[in-house]
Design a protein around this ligand. Sequence first.
Ligand code: SAM
Ligand code: SF4
Length: 323
Amino acid sequence: MIDRCGREIDYLRISITDRCNLRCVYCMPEGGVRALAHEDVLTYEEIVRVVRLMAGMGIRHIRITGGEPMARLGCLDLAEKIHAVPGIHSLSMTTNALLLRGRVNRAQEAGIDALNISLDTVDPDVYARMTRGGDVRTVLEVIDQAVQRGMGVKVNAVPVRGMNDGGLVRLAELARERPVCVRFIELMPVGCGADLSPVPTQEVEAKMERAFGALSPDDSVHGYGPARYVRPAGFAGSIGFISPMSHEFCGACNRVRLTADGYLKLCLNHTAGLDLRAMLRGGADDARLAGEIRAAIENKPARHGFMEEIGDREVRRMNEIGG
Ligand code: SAM
Ligand code: SF4
């Protein structure tokens, strides 16, 4: 599918739940949020129907996300069904990894070829504080299991001033011995992120250069997103930077999102989209659904506009959108 800006949209990120076993400071309030009622969340059958339909329209890459996707019962069975849809070339998952302990094999068997694992620090105390209760050793264990099994692994970290900014070099060290990408993602002013202070990419990059010397660009293919990669000398893996705030990447955007409650979201920061759940449950046939999806994607907003006043700014939290 090509939108009115000429961008080819071939990537769908599906949030399968808004619930989570953690409460990361930039994502969820400590006391949690009122979760969606079960009947408001798309069923697995509904999700697979949307995937089948959109695969027929050119979607090739699917990412399962959340909330914490592994917190929804049967997540890996859903993965297996999505993987079996003709036209889907790759299936990945974004996860905090805790509930993947002992289930990495099963995830791979279900057809998940790559994991994006959220990890902001390797310091056990800082991790426990930022996630409000997580155990970093489990995450490190899952990373090593996935690497051993030959899965693609990206570690996603959000540098937050005064929290994990002192441990970013140690975190990047994970990529020295392992073929993983450690990616630093600028904090976005969405949900609880609006109350915290970001560390701009430029500053993180300067830290990496001081620690590891000159950073040569690593142009080998690493996925379908807007990250820029470098590889310090002697590293098995690489370091990536995703800078939605300081370097807008909307011109190359290739994705749309499906929220847990079935809203086809066209851009991270805009509410514009399509209430697919209402259509699915209202008896719309495939032809009507496809027509509406095509028309919506055609009108995908040109830019996220984080830094400006926009009329339809998103108010959902990241755990509802899926990141
Ligand atoms: N629970 C899974 C996880 O943490 O990987 C998947 C969902 S989580 C919402 C997806 C990603 O969004 C995580 O990597 C998290 O770090 C990121 N995220 C959440 N809030 C953010 C914010 N305000 N700014 C930037 N990234 C954020
Ligand atoms: Fe949960 Fe992921 Fe949000 Fe952390 S970032 S609270 S793990 S959904």
